[in-house]
Each structure stands twice: as structure tokens, then as C-alpha cells.
Ligand binder design. Structure first.
Ligand SMILES: NC(=O)c1ccc[n+]([C@@H]2O[C@H](COP(=O)([O-])OP(=O)(O)OC[C@H]3O[C@@H](n4cnc5c(N)ncnc54)[C@H](OP(=O)(O)O)[C@@H]3O)[C@@H](O)[C@H]2O)c1
Length: 259
């Protein structure tokens, strides 16, 4: 499906994005890797080009800068690369009481998780539509489905990702371009440290490995799924939440986020 095509993956230097990059590469897909850590991206590019007959372009960039999406788009165009798959994976969270959150860091998070994802999609979609072919994979979260006390703003960014992705999937039905929202539960990556989380309720209930989450996301692309929640436990939780009274959902959600 992706052999000979090109995928642009944001947040490819670690965690879920790193594992997704390896899966695309193994299928013969050329890659454009984006994150801030140039060294890690170059190392991954070397490893993948040695293992597979693909080309890998490394574009180090801070995607929380408002101009970053346009700069990425221009750099890709300048190199004459056609992006067939866009993976909007880069993101981070902030754990703790909202009132204590650093306002500048919070804006950076919203910029990265929401604005950059939206603008990259807007920029790369016309090319996909012109070719009647393409796929956009957006990384949401189980936090996309319910309010997330103690990660209130982060949870809201992920609710946006799910709403945006589902709406766009429907708008694009029949166009040849598909959209998938991958919604992981707790996954062992650098996310917890970056988000200031240590041991919290939901993590104690069980976490998944990044490689398993990436495999589920990759399979969902192949099957053209619009939304995929990773793991049976997370799926059951999301399903039962539909029938639970909202005040109970809020309270359980807070309990799960407490240290
Ligand atoms: N892990 C979980 O429990 C979990 C659960 C649900 C959803 N998610 C979502 O999964 C996605 C991937 O996260 P992860 O768990 O794999 O976390 P991770 O290991 O921390 O990886 C995050 C990736 O995003 C990149 N990134 C962060 N800030 C960036 C910036 N300003 N500009 C460019 N790249 C940036 C990081 O690279 P650099 O640091 O090199 O820039 C890294 O490659 C995120 O959207 C996250 O919200 C994670």
C-alpha cells in the first residue's frame, strides 16, 4: 500500500512516531522525518536507509512555532517530494492543576497539538485530492472522548483532534483521501516525563508499548478505519463511558489522572 510512496511523520524522533517510521520503512515507503532532535532523526534515517531501499529526508523543526507548518511544506515542495501520507503525531501534554500551568508552555502545546496539525493537513491535502489518493493519520488519545481533569487543556486538544479527524474523514469520503484518528491509552514513551507525570491511576491500570500502538495505527491505515482506540481495556472503557452519567465520567477521569 505504501511501497514507493512517501510519508511525512512528525515527532519521529521517539515514542509512537519512531515506531511508525520503522513500520512505513519496512513496507518500502520513503520518509520525511520531522522533530526538533536533529541527531536522533539522522540516526534513525541512517538505520532505515541501511535496512531498506528507501530515501529518508530529515527536517529538524520546532513545530510549536506558528510558521513551522508552512516552512515544512515549502521545504518538501522545494525538494520535489510528493507527500502521500501525512502523520500528525508530534504532541505533548501538561499534567497538574490548570491554575498552575505555565501560560506560555500551554500556548505552545495548543499550537503543536492543534494548530500545527490542522495547518499541515490544510497544506498537504490539496495535493492528495488532486491525485485522488492519500492518507492522513492524526494521533488523538483516549482523552479525546472525555474531559481530562488535571490535564484539562491537553485533553481539550485531543478532543479537537478526534472531532476534526472524524469531520474531515466524512468530508473526504469518496475522494480517495482517507483520515484516521489513532487514539492510544497510556503508552510507555517519553510522553510521561515530558508531561510531568509519574505514577498515576490510569498508568497503574495498565500501559501499552509504543511498538504495539504503532502497529495498531498502521493496520488502521491499511483498513481505512476512521477511528481506532488501542487495546481491549481502552476500548471497553471508551464504550462504557457512552452509557455512564457524565458527572461519574468526570469523577472517574479525575481519579485516573491523580498521582
Ligand atoms: N504516550 C502516551 O501515553 C500517549 C497517550 C495518548 C496519546 N499520545 C499522543 O501520542 C503522540 C506521540 O507521543 P509519544 O507518546 O510518542 O511521546 P514522545 O515519546 O514524547 O514523542 C513525542 C514526539 O514529538 C516530538 N515533539 C515534541 N515537541 C515537539 C515540537 N515542539 N516540535 C517538533 N516535534 C516535537 C518529539 O521530538 P523532539 O523532542 O525531538 O522534538 C517526539 O518525537 C502525541 O501526540 C501524544 O499526545 C501519547
Amino acid at each position: 500500500m505504501t511501497n514507493g510512496k512517501a510519508a511525512l511523520i512528525t515527532g519521529a524522533s521517539g515514542g509512537i512516531g519512531y515506531e511508525l517510521s520503522k513500520l512505513f520503512a519496512a513496507d518500502g515507503c520513503n520518509l520525511i522525518l520531522v522533530a526538533r532532535s536533529a541527531g536522533k532523526l539522522k540516526e534513525l534515517a541512517k538505520e532505515l536507509t541501511e535496512a531498506y531501499s528507501i530515501t529518508v529526508t530529515v527536517l529538524p523543526k520546532d513545530l510549536s512555532a506558528p510558521k513551522a507548518p508552512a516552512e515544512i511544506f515549502d521545504a518538501v515542495e522545494a525538494q520535489g517530494i510528493q507527500v502521500d501520507v501525512l502523520v500528525n503525531n508530534a504532541g505533548f501534554g501538561m499534567h497538574g492543576a490548570f491554575v498552575d500551568a505555565d501560560p506560555d508552555e500551554m500556548l505552545q502545546m495548543i499550537q503543536l497539538n492543534v494548530s500545527t496539525l490542522t495547518t499541515l493537513t490544510r497544506l498537504f491535502l490539496p495535493g492528495m485530492l488532486a491525485r485522488s489518493s492519500g492518507h492522513i493519520l492524526n494521533i488523538g488519545s483516549i482523552g479525546s472522548f472525555a474531559p481530562v481533569p488535571l490535564m484539562a487543556a491537553y485533553g481539550a486538544t485531543k478532543a479537537y483532534v478526534l472531532s476534526f479527524s472524524e469531520a474531515l474523514a466524512e468530508e473526504l469520503r469518496g475522494s480517495g483521501v482517507k483520515v484516521t484518528a489513532l487514539c492510544p491509552g497510556v503508552t510507555y514513551t517519553g510522553f510521561q516525563e515530558r508531561s510531568g507525570m509519574h505514577s498515576f491511576g490510569l498508568m497503574r491500570l495498565g500501559a501499552m508499548e509504543a511498538v504495539d500502538v504503532a502497529c495498531i495505527g498502521y493496520r488502521a491505515i491499511k483498513r481505512g478505519r476512521a477511528v481506532i482506540v488501542t487495546g481491549l481495556f481502552n476500548q471497553l472503557m471508551m464504550f462504557s463511558m457512552r452509557f455512564a452519567p457524565r458527572p461519574l465520567v468526570r469523577r472517574v477521569s479525575k481519579w485516573m489522572m491523580e498521582e
